[in-house]
Design a protein around this ligand. Structure first.
Ligand code: NAD
Length: 267
């Protein structure tokens, strides 16, 4: 018997779905029969992904919204419920990239990163959980974090701090929402080749050096992430709650392998 995720007709909302991991997650959900709201602040890219899904026989709508703006999220939630019905799955994927050392960082830039990458997840959760509770069928939330939420790096600054916060946001939510049959989990991608960082992979030297440091021997594809996100969203993962699944080809486990040893000593 085929392994079905049982998502037919489920209303799934994916933020930042106009590109990269979010777009691939929207496609995978639609391929499983879900009805998908492709949300992005770039309305053209959201519309493009939704149209592509519809051309393939799936059901999707493109929605323009900025997860950093409460009113914008509220309007999107109302639009989605009217068009597709109450949300059953929320994927908090939208994020902005930002590299800057913390000591010199202005509060305005700090707030701008946190507003999208951390507060945006809370605002979307509040807006769509009320639909889940109203429908009374439970639900699932998957937050897309990063290995940078687990491991510090100079320059990762507010991005890293926001992603670490997202991990605890999810764990607290998992406890608050369990009585409603709603789960909350995190997926933490490692190095993933998407339009956001295409420049690093177009440079052959950087691409090869990155591949060498990843035990899997290659960066992740958006599909590597999307498949895990979709599984966690589904009832196949009904007993996984408050967890953080690191999807990084093993790179987080390589730290001790970097320790220098005298020549001839067994590694
Ligand atoms: N690519 C990687 O190597 C990598 C690694 C770790 C974690 N991640 C995380 O994965 C997620 C997706 O990253 P990606 O590489 O696919 O990025 P991407 O830049 O390709 O896509 C992100 C999308 O989010 C949208 N977006 C940004 N701010 C928004 C806002 N305020 N409201 C609505 N939409 C907004 C953008 O318009 C874009 O379409 C992010 O949360 C990112 O932090 C990515």
């Amino acid at each position: 018997m085929a392994f079905s995720l049982g998502l037919e007709g489920w209303v799934c909302v994916v933020t930042g779905a106009g590109s990269g991991i979010g777009a691939e997650t929207a496609r995978e959900l639609a391929a499983e029969g879900a009805w998908v709201a492709v949300v992005d602040r770039d309305g053209d890219s959201a519309a493009r992904v939704a149209a592509e899904i519809a051309r393939g026989g799936g059901r999707a709508i493109g929605v323009t919204a900025d997860v950093g703006q409460v009113e914008s999220v509220a309007a999107a939630a109302a639009q989605i419920e009217a068009a597709l019905g109450p949300c059953r799955v929320l994927v908090n994927n939208a994020a902005v990239r930002h590299r800057e050392e913390l000591l010199g960082m202005g509060v305005e830039a700090w707030n701008a990163v946190l507003a999208v990458n951390l507060t945006g997840a809370l605002v979307c959760t509040q807006a769509f959980v009320s639909q889940m509770i109203g429908a009374g069928r439970g639900g699932s939330i998957v937050h897309v974090s990063s290995i940078l939420g687990h491991h510090p790096q100079i320059g990762a600054g507010a991005y890293s701090v926001a992603k670490a916060g997202l991990g605890m946001l999810s764990r607290v939510l998992s406890l608050e929402l369990a009585p409603h049959g709603i789960r909350s989990n995190v997926v933490s991608p490692g190095f993933t080749r998407t339009p956001a960082n295409e420049a690093s992979y177009r440079d052959p030297e950087t691409a090869a050096a990155r591949a060498r440091m990843i035990p899997a021997g290659r960066p992740a594809t958006p599909a590597d992430l999307a498949q895990v996100i979709v599984f966690l969203a589904s009832d196949r993962a009904a007993y996984i709650d408050g967890q953080d699944v690191v999807v990084d080809g093993g790179v987080s486990n390589t730290l001790v392998g970097l320790v220098p040893r005298p020549r001839g000593e067994p590694t």
